[in-house]
Structures are given as structure tokens and as C-alpha cells.
Ligand binder design. Structure first.
Ligand code: PEP
Ligand code: MN
Length: 342
């Protein structure tokens, strides 16, 4: 049972609900939020129902949620989409987020050139990894903290919010200094202690779907972040493993409308990692936007042929404005417009 508190509820009113739940022998889990505080009551459903919590001061509604994920479920918000702000840009609902940038931060010149190109093309956020999850331990692992400093410079110069991945909970405090959105990569989607720590950081999170993860598993991963009171969670479909070998992964477009039914959280699509090939990126992006995605995270590089990683799937930043214009049109089909760049 989820008890949704009114936005005007006081800490005392929340404490009174918790006490009543605990007295009934159930466990209360409070997820405080800026917009909405939710109390999960875990225990005997009938006993909790008999507490008549609806009548208590500060309580907005009591929602029985049958799904294993509670805070992520669309039932929690009665089908209304979550909308939140990231450095002044709105995400979710009618807003379309266009996140672009290189796979990895390589150098000052590459980072700044890419960031300016992304801004000039009209994209809304800049992506770039300082910590890279590589299949081979001998492959480039990212510039680490030096890379974070380059991202900070790109942010200071262009004003674009930064999306960057964290691989290790010990680095969160450093990543938090620059990240407007912390990315949890596909390979870490089920790293539950990392999800909890990122939840506690309070920084918006983009969780990528694991290579072989079901949508329920993705939503349960989001639940780990949400339960720490961090409500700014975006889900990301980035292609899953199938028997097909003609391209890198299979972009699961069906996940977009299905996630929209299951959850109130924004759904972002990564066409780059799904395709693995540059020429597939635009058609997949258009399909995702028209299918109702809340945004796209795409790899773009000033010189893709020289990229340290994921060059074959990167769009050249030269020409990115044309790509953005096309995606904007497809997003409009689904009733969404690019969130304004501040
Ligand atoms: C990335 O965004 O560069 C990345 C490594 O993505 P994924 O975790 O989806 O493979
Ligand atoms: Mn990449």
C-alpha cells in the first residue's frame, strides 16, 4: 500500500502516518521528495486498509499497488507523467530531451568542440563518459577525474547540463561535482548498492536497460533509486541482446509504449548503442521519437573516425543540426517539443 502525502504535508503529519502504520505491525518506508512524499506500508494489506489513513491530516491518497515496483508504477500517479527539471530544462510530459555528445571524453579540444557543436545544433544536454565500462580490461577506461574536469569546463563554457556515467560508488562524490544527470550504464543496471548510493546523492539519474533485462527488472532498478527519495529518474532503452547479429543490439521500440503504460517515469532512447552503426541512428531516432519517447541520448563526435571508442556509431557533429531538426519533427508527431536551452 502506498500512502501519498499532500505537497503541503508537514513532517509531523508524515510522522503520524508512519507511527500508525508501525503500530499496526506493518513496516513504513518513507520516500521524501520535493514534490511528493510517499510512504510505502509493507505488511498485511487488510490491516493497513483498516487504518483508514485517507482521513489523516496531510494524506492525499492511499493507493494499493499490486506491481512489484511501487514508486515507479504508473498507478502511483494515477497515470500522470512525471515531469522534473534538470538545470532548468524540463524532462517528461510534453518535453523532449535531446542529449548528445561523444562516447568518452578524450581531450580538452575534442570535448569543447563537441560541446559547442551540440549546443549550436540545439540539443538540450551534453553527454560524455569519464569512466567507461569496457568489455576488455585492456581497453581505454576513460580519463577519470581529469575527464570530469573537462566536462566541468564544457558546462561552464556552453551552459549545457552534463550527463555522465558512474561505475563505482566511491567516485560518486567526484561525479556529483559536475553531473546534472548520473548515468547508470547497462552493465550496472542491477548493481543495487550503486543504485542506492546514486539515489542518496539526490542527483537526477538515467538508468540504462541491461543487455538482457526485462522491463520489470528495469523498473525494479529504478525503484532502488526512487526509494531513497530521488524522484528524478529517467529510463533508457538502449537495445537488447537477441539472436540477430546484423547490428550491435536490437532496439526494443515496443518498450516505449509499454513502459508508458507501466510507469510515470520518462523514457529515453539510445539509438547509438543499439545500432552500433552510424547510418542506422537517424531512422531509429525518428522511430523512437514518433513512438512517444521522452528523449534521445545519441553519440556525436567531431571526428568519429578518430574516436577512441564507439566511433562507428557516432554521428559527426558537423551536420548535427540537421539531425536535431529531423528528430524535432518526429517528436512533434507524438506531441512533444524540445525542452528549451536556458
Ligand atoms: C555509453 O553510453 O557510452 C554506454 C557505455 O552505454 P551502455 O551502458 O548502454 O552500453
Ligand atoms: Mn558509447
Amino acid at each position: 500500500m502506498m500512502i501519498v502525502m499532500k505537497s503541503t504535508a508537514t513532517a509531523e503529519e508524515t510522522a503520524a502516518v508512519v507511527e500508525r502504520v508501525n503500530r499496526a505491525g506493518a513496516r513504513a518506508h518513507v520516500s521524501p521528495g520535493e514534490e511528493l512524499t510517499v510512504i510505502g506500508a509493507i505488511g498485511n494489506r487488510e490491516r493497513i486498509a483498516r487504518l483508514r489513513l485517507e482521513g489523516l491530516p496531510g494524506v492525499d491518497s492511499v493507493v494499493p499497488i499490486l506491481k512489484p515496483y511501487k514508486l515507479a508504477s504508473s498507478e502511483l500517479r494515477h497515470g500522470r507523467a512525471s515531469v522534473f527539471e534538470i538545470a532548468g530544462r524540463r524532462v517528461g510530459g510534453p518535453n523532449f530531451a535531446l542529449i548528445a555528445g561523444p562516447c568518452t571524453v578524450e581531450s580538452r579540444e575534442q570535448t569543447l568542440t563537441a560541446a559547442y557543436a551540440v549546443k549550436d545544433a540545439g540539443a538540450t544536454m551534453f553527454r560524455g563518459g569519464a569512466y567507461k565500462p569496457r568489455s576488455s580490461p585492456y581497453a581505454f577506461q576513460g580519463l577519470g577525474r581529469a575527464g570530469l574536469r573537462l566536462l566541468a569546463e564544457a558546462k561552464a563554457q556552453t551552459g549545457l547540463p552534463i550527463v555522465t556515467e558512474v561505475l563505482d560508488a566511491r567516485e560518486i562524490e567526484h561525479v556529483a561535482e559536475v553531473a546534472d544527470v548520473i548515468q547508470i550504464g547497462a552493465r550496472n543496471m542491477q548493481n543495487y548498492s550503486l543504485l542506492t548510493e546514486v539515489g542518496l546523492s539526490g542527483i537526477p539519474v538515467l538508468i540504462k536497460r541491461g543487455l538482457s533485462a526485462t522491463l520489470d527488472e528495469l523498473l525494479l532498478s529504478a525503484e532502488y533509486v526512487l526509494k531513497e527519495g530521488n524522484h528524478a529518474v529517467m529510463l533508457c532503452e538502449r537495445g537488447i541482446r537477441t539472436f540477430e547479429t546484423a547490428y550491435r543490439f536490437t532496439l526494443d521500440l515496443t518498450a516505449i509504449p509499454v513502459l508508458k503504460q507501466l510507469t510515470h517515469l520518462p523514457v529515453i532512447v539510445d539509438p547509438s548503442h543499439a545500432a552500433g552503426r552510424r547510418e542506422l541512428v537517424t531512422p531509429l531516432s525518428l522511430a523512437a521519437a514518433a513512438a512517444g519517447a521522452d528523449g534521445i541520448i545519441v553519440e556525436a563526435h567531431p571526428a568519429p573516425d578518430d574516436a577512441i571508442c564507439d566511433g562507428p556509431q557516432a554521428l559527426p557533429t558537423d551536420g548535427l543540426d540537421e539531425y536535431v531538426a529531423q528528430v524535432q519533427q518526429a517528436a512533434a508527431v507524438a506531441g512533444k517539443a524540445l525542452s528549451a536551452v536556458g
